[in-house]
Design a protein around this ligand. Structure first.
Ligand code: 3PG
Length: 306
């Protein structure tokens, strides 16, 4: 019997757990939910006899993969797979997939929610500003970026996007302007929302040079990955641009320093909350379970990333 381990430090919502169970029950698969564990050693122990693995931001290192002698497939229930050692998985013949688009709406809603929170001075009782009429730059126009654009239009924002991998026409048909360059977009906008993945090209790419283009009073919103930010550059910008704001769903390593020095000009969720909705968990969780069944039973490799 195929054994699936659902290893989630940050558990899925109860409704998603029950949907994942039904999906795996229907295929007569055996499964174990392994939630809120705290060490890699616990995961190494748990993964030993698994044929398939469903994860979220859980770190799948070479050591974990080496401990999992029967493992055939890992599905990241979500978008970013920077938490999986792809080279080690490929070496071991383990297929890695993600579930693109399944949790995007939750992340997009949070991005706009964080903009409102910052615009209204963290709801501290003072007069803030509105999003209507402001310009939003979307850095990377993938599943989340598109939804952010759609919601921002509802707020009455002007939307610009930069994404060298997406044809201009695709962006323009959504009523979104295409930035000439990433620098131009940062210079033009009141808000910048990051939706780039963390990889060798993007890590620390949101650096001093780019941030120094931003306007007075502008807000950078990061619901992507903390690794894309150059934290030294960020600190320098906070000091130089005295009305620059940074809100993020992934606290930087220098979180305490920023909070202490810049107070209400920054905000960090205590835990990554972007995909933490029942709907996102259900969509991504069911997709992950179905992709495992599709691969084991039919060799379907749609959404394979290695
Ligand atoms: C993703 O890459 O899908 C998001 O960052 C969500 O991550 P999470 O599943 O750990 O909440």
């Amino acid at each position: 019997m195929t054994k699936v381990l659902i290893a989630t430090v940050k558990p899925f919502a109860p409704a998603a757990v029950s949907e994942i169970k039904s999906t795996l029950d229907a295929a007569a698969y055996d499964y174990t939910f392994f939630e809120k564990y705290s060490t890699q050693d616990e995961l190494i122990e748990a993964v030993k006899d698994a044929d398939a693995l469903i994860i979220r931001s859980d770190k799948i290192t070479r050591e974990v993969l080496e401990a999992a002698a029967n493992l055939k497939i890992v599905v990241r229930a979500g978008a970013g797979y920077d938490n999986v050692d792809l080279a080690a998985a490929t070496e071991k013949g383990v297929v890695v997939m993600n579930t693109p688009g399944q949790n995007s709406n939750a992340v997009a809603e949070l991005a706009l929610g964080m903009m409102v929170y910052q615009a209204r001075n963290h709801f501290n009782g003072t007069s803030g500003t509105e999003l209507k009429g402001k310009t939003l730059g979307i850095h990377a126009y993938g599943h989340v970026g598109r939804l952010v654009a759609r919601i921002a239009h509802g707020f009455g924002m002007e939307v610009i996007a930069f994404d060298p991998f997406i044809p201009k026409e695709t962006i323009q048909k959504d009523g979104v302007a295409v930035a000439e360059s990433v620098e131009d977009m940062y210079a033009t906008c009141n808000y910048i929302s990051l939706h780039i993945p963390a990889n060798e090209h993007t890590k620390r790419s949101i650096n001093y040079n780019l941030l120094s283009k931003m306007q007075k009073g502008a807000t950078l919103v990061n619901t992507a990955r903390k690794e894309v930010i150059d934290e030294e550059g960020l600190l320098k910008i906070f000091e130089e641009n005295e009305s620059f704001n940074y809100v993020s769903d992934i606290a930087p390593d220098n979180k305490e320093l920023l909070e202490e020095k810049f107070g209400n000009r920054c905000f960090f969720t205590p835990k990554k909350m972007g995909a933490q909705t029942a709907e996102a968990n259900i969509n991504a969780g069911i997709a992950a379970a179905k992709q495992i069944i599709g691969y084991i039973q039919k060799g379907d490799t749609t959404f394979k990333v290695n």
